[in-house]
Design a protein around this ligand. Structure first.
Ligand SMILES: Nc1ncnc2c1ncn2[C@@H]1O[C@H](COP(=O)(O)OP(=O)(O)O)[C@@H](O)[C@H]1O
Ligand SMILES: [Mg+2]
Length: 265
């Protein structure tokens, strides 16, 4: 790998990056080992330089993540047992695809979608991706979409909830890898007051917009979405523009769990 030259501003950023990610800019071997090519590395330098309010350190599983309560957050790829499924080949395939997606995400930010019916292992494999990326020194965060919708409902009468939502938004906008778990489940709350629904859409819009660079049509930070809904369903629940910004467009980044069975029953 060729030597890298930096401007003064970039050198400052690089110094920051070293503290932030533990990456030594002057050691190409270290960069290679971390599977970062120069282009991506520069992007990451620039990005971290732009992060004015650093809220977390490298390799952090953000502890203000919103969980749904009954999730094993320490799930690893080695915990995945394909023979729990009748269709062992398919079970192996989805895990492999998620593993490769995590690898791709480490090299360059990606949007990913894991879709399929409940109990087939989407959240588990998404957690495995997060844990792998966290070990590689990225900051990761899980947000249960249903919990987020609940907070939205409570925020009007409770100032603390609003503060928490503001804090969460800041994290969700900037974290390296964001998992939006069970996206679309909050659609069952459709009959609730319309303003709440609109609030949630606007909230997610702000987050989606800061995770992509609309001008350059580039993904800035990685987002993983798990859902039981079809894209069509999601587009009727949400503004299609939001769906287009959150969901990947390339089939390479979509893992379809169809063919696997609900292991919760
Ligand atoms: N192939 C598998 N190997 C090990 N555990 C699995 C596997 N598939 C599903 N599970 C377990 O089954 C339960 C449901 O999986 P989960 O990931 O929550 O499904 P989903 O998010 O698709 O609803 C979890 O406890 C999960 O750990
Ligand atoms: Mg799930």
């Amino acid at each position: 790998m060729a030597g890298i030259t930096f401007s003064t501003a970039q050198r400052d950023a690089a110094k920051h990056l070293k503290e932030f990610y533990g990456i030594d800019v002057n050691d190409p071997e270290q960069l290679a080992k971390m599977e970062i090519n120069v282009r991506n590395y520069r992007k990451r330098v620039e990005r971290s330089f732009n992060k004015q309010n650093v809220l977390y350190k490298a390799g952090t599983y953000i502890n203000s993540s919103l969980f749904n309560g009954n999730q094993r957050i320490d799930f690893l790829f080695t915990d995945w047992k394909p023979d729990k499924q009748k269709n062992v080949v398919k079970a192996k395939e989805v895990a492999n695809r998620c593993f490769l997606l995590a690898k791709k995400m480490f090299a360059e930010p990606q949007k990913a979608l894991l879709s399929g019916k409940p109990g087939v292992g989407k959240t588990s494999l998404a957690m495995a991706m997060l844990n792998a990326l966290c070990k590689k020194n990225l900051t990761v965060m899980t947000v249960s979409t249903l919990e987020l919708a609940r907070l939205m409902q409570k925020r009007i009468e409770n100032k603390d909830v609003q503060d928490k939502l503001d804090y969460l938004q800041n994290l969700m906008e900037t974290v390296d890898v964001l998992l939006l778990d069970d996206f679309g489940t909050e659609g069952s709350m459709k009959n609730e007051s319309k303003s709440v629904r609109q609030d949630l859409q606007e909230y997610l819009f702000r987050i989606a917009n800061s995770r992509i660079d609309l001008n350059r049509n580039e993904v800035v930070n990685s987002t993983i979405i798990t859902t039981n809904c079809s894209t069509k369903d999601l587009e009727t629940m949400y503004n299609p523009k939001l769906i287009s910004r959150l969901l990947p467009h390339s089939s390479d980044n979509i893992v379809d769990f169809t063919g696997l069975e609900d292991l919760r029953v």
